[in-house]
Design a protein around this ligand. Structure first.
Ligand SMILES: [Cu+2]
Length: 330
């Protein structure tokens, strides 16, 4: 169980990258299958319950609905009773032109019997209002067994590293309405920024994402083309807001998307064009010492075996963006 890889669930790699687990595989936690949603959108999430409470089967699953998440509709499950607990919201929201001031605050599936060795999903749909700031929103959840409980209720405090939590509350990364998204990175076409030439290498459109308060890591993305006739290798770099800089790759293993450090860096073969992007190769800014702010470019360096140290400037897209929104600003 002492895995040192970063594990995040498939399909959530982007948002989850800022609060991925360093020492515990995410599959051991209760998490949502879709851990990303845009403001003012309808979200459907399945809470994945990976095991029981210390060997006991799960009989009850409770999900607390955070403020700002409205119009909650849980999906009934065969063999379980479904109950919702409603109450007033802290403020009034508008849904389809109508004000609503109360709604579901808790969803409870009870009377079931989910074996410790089995896995199941508990589905809700909800409206993510624009009162939710970009960044993670947490859904504290509890599994109840005959005499034990598994509480997924820990929420990182400002400045606290989410990696450190033992029983993190399932989170959904909220993206600003304008933030570009899309599983296939349609928006990630090369931005019209001047390409940086370093020897035989051409580096285009470096970008990163704003980080929520307390985030300890951020990803860096760009396109690097080797126009020469000899291979070169990205072996490191620097980012002023980070304690460390790593080169990472992402790969799916056993249904879990995992990112890992490429300790020897990444070779760029002659004629090869490598796109560093969310869900693929990326550089990783570790141990952030301050928040990365949207719209404020950050200068850093990339270090190559042959081309040496190259200065680059990262544009900063919104939290959770999948493509360099605003890259056309120049
Ligand atoms: Cu990474």
């Amino acid at each position: 169980m002492f895995k040192t890889s970063f594990a995040v669930a498939v399909g959530t790699a982007l948002g989850a990258m800022v609060f991925c687990a360093a020492s515990v595989p995410a599959s051991a936690h209760a998490t949502f299958d879709r851990a990303e949603a845009r403001q003012n959108s309808t979200w459907r999430g399945a809470l994945r319950v990976p095991h029981g409470c210390n060997g006991q089967p799960t009989n009850v699953v409770r999900i607390t609905i955070p403020e700002g998440v409205i119009n909650v509709k849980p999906m009934p499950k065969a063999g379980w009773q479904l109950q919702t607990v409603s109450g007033p919201y802290a403020r009034s929201y508008t849904l389809s032109g109508k004000p609503i001031a109360e709604g579901v605050r808790e969803v409870v599936w009870s009377g079931g019997n989910l074996d410790d060795g089995h896995y199941d999903e508990f589905v809700v749909t909800a409206r993510m209002t624009d009162s939710l700031p970009p960044g993670p929103v947490f859904f504290p959840s509890v599994q109840e067994c005959a005499t034990a409980k598994a509480s997924w209720t820990e929420i990182p405090k400002p400045g606290q590293d989410a990696h450190a939590l033992k029983s993190p509350a399932p989170a959904v990364m909220i993206m600003a309405q304008g933030a570009q998204s899309g599983g296939h990175n349609h928006g990630a076409a090369p931005a019209p920024a001047a390409a940086i030439k370093a020897g035989a290498l051409m580096i285009e459109a470096p970008w990163t994402r704003a980080t929520p308060a307390g985030a300890k890591v951020a990803g860096g993305f760009m396109t690097i083309t080797n126009t020469g006739s000899a291979p070169d290798r990205l072996i490191g770099g620097s980012f002023p807001l980070a304690g460390r800089f790593e080169v990472h790759e992402m790969a799916v293993a056993n249904g879990i998307m995992t990112m890992r450090e490429l300790a020897k860096g990444l070779e760029i073969a002659p004629g090869q064009k490598i796109e560093f992007k969310p869900g693929g190769y990326h550089v990783m800014f570790m141990d952030l010492t301050s928040q990365v702010r949207e719209g404020k470019p950050v200068k850093g360096t990339l270090v190559f075996e042959k081309a040496g140290t190259v200065e680059v400037e990262y544009r900063v897209a919104p939290v959770g963006a999948r493509a360099p929104a605003g890259a056309h600003a120049h």
